[in-house]
Every structure is written in structure tokens, then in C-alpha cells.
Design a protein. Sequence first.
Length: 93
Amino acid sequence: MDETERLDYERATEVEGIDGEIALLRVKIKSLVECDSGNLSLIMQATNALARLVVTKYNISKGDKQGVKETIANVLRDVALPLGIGIGSAIKK
């Protein structure tokens, strides 16, 4: 990881559970979008892995349905928007 990714990772890992893995994958997806945005296959594989991690996390703690919605919205915003994929009103706070 370069210095920026390392700082992003350090900030993202200030949480517990499998959040460290989720944070690292989000940092790497962001890097892919910025540096290799044409590699949609790899971006989609990483995004699918991220989605599986998020589902696993919330299957473990099943009580936080709003948290799942917010996390999915954040992933869509962080991945889809930089790729120019319109998500319209799908994300509401």
C-alpha cells in the first residue's frame, strides 16, 4: 500500500470484528477505481467480495438492519458514483 492507502486503512480499521477486512477491501476498491477504472471485472469481483463480507458481518449480529442499509448505501456511493454509474434515488439518508 502507498502512504495514502495506509492512512485510509488506519482510519478505516478503528473498528472491531471483521470490519478491518471490510475497511481494507474498501480502500483497495477505491484505489482500483482511481488507478484502473477500466478493469470492471476486477472491480466487480472486489465489490462482490465486499458485499459478502458485509452480509456475513450483519448475519453475525442480525440486530442492525438500519446499519446494513447504511453500509450498502455507502458502498454504492463509494464505488458506483466514481465509476459514473447512476444510482438515482436508491440512496437516501
